[in-house]
Design a protein around this ligand. Sequence first.
Ligand SMILES: *Cc1c(COP(=O)(O)O)cnc(C)c1O
Length: 411
Amino acid sequence: MSTITTRAEALALDRTDQLGTLREAFDLPTGIYLDGNSLGPLPRVTREALQHAVEIEWGNDLIRSWTKHGWIELPQQIGAQIARLIGAKPHEVVAADSTSVNLFKLGAAALRLQTGRRVILSEPGNFPTDLYILQGLTGFTPGAELRTVEPAKLEAAMDDQLALLVLTHTHYKSGQVHDMARLTAAAQKRGALVLWDLSHSAGVLDVDLNGCNADFAIGCGYKYLNGGPGAPAFLFVAERHQAKIASPLSGWMGHASPFDFTDDYAAAPGIDRFLCGTPQVLGMRALHAGLSVLEQVKPRQLQDKARRLGQIFLERVLEAGDGSLRLLSPRDPAQRGGHVSFAHEDGYAIVQALIARDIVGDFRAPDALRFGFAPTFLRYVDAWDAAEALLEIVATKSYDDARFRTRAAVT
Ligand SMILES: *Cc1c(COP(=O)(O)O)cnc(C)c1O
């Protein structure tokens, strides 16, 4: 991937950017927002959709809205919107619960499909909730065990005890992307099932779950999908598993006919059995609206632009820096998701100094500065200017100030 060496070249790229007009779909109160990978900005249509949901649907039509405004179908409708972004069929994805809860549901369901095998394999340093949920799951599944091994040793660790491989496609800190096709095939060859966490991939990478023959996937609604704070998450179950798999959280919304009010549980056909309780309608409304922004866009376009933005930033920092910022992400864009991270012992203060200049990235302990390059609303010149600001703050040590060193509760 060719990169650029002047600000003028960045401006020229913006002039021919096919995704350039998407920026207008968002409220962008911040100078340069490099946290769209953690909490996507507010799409303008979402403000209208929520106002309608509150004033007309809830405020006026009340309980009739379940059918009149299609509340009851939101999980499947949103599932179909997400499916096209991740290489799935519309009926293989639903929106429900949180990513953490969906991991529990699918992890437990996968273990139940496996007879005799009880090992779950993941990697150390995976996103904390993924490891915590898997620890909780093995804690009350007799004989179950969680093993974590470094990425390079994953294939060697796959044996005939392996029940389930659980990996996050794009690493939340480094941005390193796993080879989904290769690892899925390797685990399945051993008789294992594979579950991918797409939290940092959906809406930014050209994910192809079915092309990779994935079994299960989960992901987040509030990152690149712009669903708003605490948005519902999604889950994917490959069609071939749907008829024989059971959710451990057998709530009434996953029942074949919830409004028959019978005493005995009978799973709904298809993916609907992974719904649990009543859908979070306001959150679903916001996610549905946020996803409409991506309707006309191909995942490939998002991926190409995000990687190019990241490359401009990264190459500039490496090229013009003093070497004190150590690249934590792959330099090769093909191995990277939408964000770029550097390590620096004063990382926290540097991120605070950037925020004081209206350039918002984030810090991940112990020393990572993380910058998300959401392709929907960022301009190439933003990537260039962010690099320049970072370089200046580091070169002048302007971050070395008490007001930048005090840690907040959420970093
Ligand atoms: C953001 C993220 C989550 C979030 O899970 P919640 O249940 O929404 O808190 C989970 N896994 C990964 C890999 C993430 O990046």
